[in-house]
Design a protein around this ligand. Sequence first.
Ligand code: FES
Ligand code: FE
Length: 411
Amino acid sequence: STTSDVTASGAAKEPLITDDWHVNTRIYRDPSIFARELTNVFHRTWVFVAHESEIPQPGDYKTAHLGRQPVIVNRAADTGAINVMFNRCRHRGSAVCQRDTGNANFFRCAYHGWTYSSSGELTGVPFDDGYDDFDKSVMGLVHVPRVESYRGFVFASLDAGVPELPEYLGNATRYLDFIADLGDGGPELVSGAHKLVYKGNWKLQIENTIDPYHFSFTHKSWLDILKDRTGKSSTWVKNVRTNPDWRGIDLGGGHAVHEYGRLEDAGNNAHAIAIGELIPFNLNIFPSLAFVGAHLRLVVPRSVDETWVYLYPLLPKGADAETRSRILRDHEIFYGPSGFGSTDDIEVGFDRVTQGNEASASEADFTLMARGLHREVVDEEAGTRTGRSSDEVPQRAYLRRWLELMEAGDE
Ligand code: FES
Ligand code: FE
């Protein structure tokens, strides 16, 4: 589909995405589109904020974002309930929680000292003779409208009318279930996260997370190092081109997966744990959560050309020391911010694309996202579209949903 052909003022408008999948580079560089996608996409969907293993004890908290909006995610010190509250003091707006993670029975604002319980009630106001008719009970931290957990993965939504979380996740639940079944009670995010910042649009990281097409080019130096170490050439290119078990699937709802092995042969069934044997797929959950290798990746949009990325190793509960160490070493060597993979992707996939997209005149405005479009296999009943490994099926999956939400929000 395309956006409508005219703007509100009646002027001709160029489409954001054409029917034959030319993508207007304005979606990566126009601040007004960024502002619209915060309200139309990030404020209308379920956004991942935490895994329950990050806040196991009463009082444990972390800070997170719904789009750009700062929230505190915690387990109430008294009831143990999971809260997601705006990280904003009701007095004059200071963020009351400054740390990434911690444990606290209360939050005290650093500006004038208003104090909130871990469930958000306003419990203390210094010099409280300063107001007429002051009702502390309505001045607590504001809870976001919707919070739900799916098998340990906690999502929040600013839209009270968003569908129930399992319905929203749809076909992606099969893959989340696979991850939640790992080890002896699912993965733990106990080693913390690496955070990286890049100067480019958030959607570039989403598109890159499931893009087997780039791997043998962008990461050639990595494949060369592996060859030096092992004496064997990588089978990557051959698999991408010919292995029928390697495929990209649009799961519907903006979610997508790239399978590079059979689920039946992996995870807890695998004897040797290696990348592709533990979690044999990369997964995008619309709009900003992904799984890559044995890592959870969370993308936070900051501005049209600044993005934060959090990367957490997923350590299966009860896994032996060798498996845990393997996952952590993979994180350091390849996926983490100073690993071979991330540094390649940031330079080639994000910096250079951001640079290139500065060229904007008529046809130079459009990139091509049509790879494999003609050979997508559509299954109407399942709500999926399947393509070959190097096809741009996952990118079209998220952009389809993105465009629907952008258009719906503008009506
Ligand atoms: Fe928080 Fe004043 S802004 S106490
Ligand atoms: Fe990459």
